[in-house]
Design a binder for this molecule. Structure first.
Ligand SMILES: Nc1ncnc2c1ncn2[C@@H]1O[C@H](COP(=O)(O)OP(=O)(O)OP(=O)(O)O)[C@@H](O)[C@H]1O
Ligand SMILES: [Mg+2]
Length: 347
């Protein structure tokens, strides 16, 4: 006579896919029923990986059928159904809000070198200028440039509760990937390490009370950026583009990336829109208006256009953003206008 123990013993030969342990010791087997050589087993798994489930079912049925006296084997693997896609109202369903931080906004760009970090820094200082409590998180794993642009060379300190306290300058608190590596060492990080570090930027950093935390994402809209967007509980995304890039449709990729993770798009900033010569002539080096046209096509807000100004580049190199050194300058004014628009929509 077959017993429940016979079945369980046979199932101990089945390993959980990817592990050396067997499915019985993992506690998967919930119920065994035996009648006239027909065996039915029900199991529960917590992971919903369809391939693992298929494999567990097939191997278990095979192991049971191999027992003498078994004519039919049926294994039912119960698994939690895939979570329902988050609707725009419950984007927080699968993410943890960060206590003390009211809004988290990512700044992204379709490709590198369009001035994303420059915009992040000036928007952070601009929002601070307007009275908001602001943090800035530099997630650029390839080349964290924000500490330089913010004129910061001190690293975070550790407080009594063993949390990192972000250094601040111009009233903006900053954490950067750049704080975690030595000097010019190139960063060769694997995906899981990056994700873990980003998570620690929330769990292990004493941000205090912030109205808004701006996140400078790495350039591009690939898998790395997408999983960062999933790791960070974002309230909204801003896309920085040059006119030329916008007209080439790169902005659409940025929009698609935010949409995939249900992050509302706050709008597009067109950077390097045009250049005004000392004699007052306007030169549209990368074309002009691509950002606005694409924003209209994609039905997202257009937040503003930032011309090419020597002062903007110098501010970045000196570590004093133009919004701080010359808020009344035309460049400072443009960034402040965008910051105001963000504040109106967010805070
Ligand atoms: N509006 C502007 N006027 C003048 N210079 C600018 C402007 N925007 C950006 N720059 C300059 O262009 C260079 C690239 O800008 P930035 O580093 O902000 O780009 P990025 O998109 O963050 O680049 P990466 O992809 O490398 O992170 C910097 O030297 C910056 O000072
Ligand atoms: Mg950058």
């Amino acid at each position: 006579m077959l017993t429940e123990d016979d079945i369980k013993n046979a199932l101990k030969a089945v390993r959980y896919p990817g592990y050396s342990r067997d499915i019985v010791s993992f506690g998967l087997v919930k119920q065994v029923a035996i009648k006239d050589g027909a065996v039915s087993v029900s199991m529960n798994v917590t992971s919903a990986n369809p391939e693992a489930i298929r494999q567990i079912k097939a191997e278990s049925e095979q192991a049971i059928k191999a027992l003498p006296g078994v004519s039919v084997a049926y294994v039912d693997v119960q698994h939690p159904s895939a979570p329902a896609p988050a609707s725009p109202q419950n984007v927080w369903a699968q993410q943890n809000r960060v206590p003390g931080i009211r809004r988290i906004v990512a700044v992204a760009s379709g490709k590198g070198g369009v001035g994303k970090s420059t915009v992040s820094v000036n928007l952070a200082c601009g929002l601070q200028h307007l009275g908001a409590r602001v943090g800035l998180l530099d997630c650029d794993i390839y080349g964290p440039s924000i500490p330089l642009m913010m004129g910061m060379n001190q690293k975070p300190t550790i407080n009594d509760s063993e949390k990192m306290v972000p250094p601040s300058n111009y009233g903006v608190k900053l954490m950067s990937m750049g704080f975690l590596v030595e000097g010019d060492q190139p960063i060769i990080w694997r995906g899981p390490m990056i994700m873990k570090t980003i998570q620690q930027f929330f769990s292990a950093v004493e941000w205090g009370e912030l109205d808004v935390l701006l996140v400078d994402l790495p350039p591009g809209t690939g898998d790395a950026q997408l999983s960062l967007c999933q790791t960070v509980p974002l309230d909204g995304g801003v896309i920085v583009t040059t006119p030329q890039e916008a007209s080439l449709g790169v902005v659409r990729k940025g929009i698609a990336m935010f949409q995939k993770v249900n992050v509302p798009i706050l709008g597009i900033v067109e950077n390097m829109s045009y250049y005004t010569t000392p004699s007052g002539d306007r030169v549209e080096i990368f074309g002009h208006g691509g950002g606005q046209a694409e924003a209209a096509r994609q039905k997202v807000a257009f937040l503003g256009e930032v011309p090419l100004f020597t002062e903007v580049r110098e501010g970045g190199d000196r570590g004093v953003p133009v919004v701080v050194s010359a808020p009344e300058h035309a460049a400072g004014q443009v960034f402040l206008k965008v910051a105001e628009e963000l504040r109106r929509n967010l805070l």
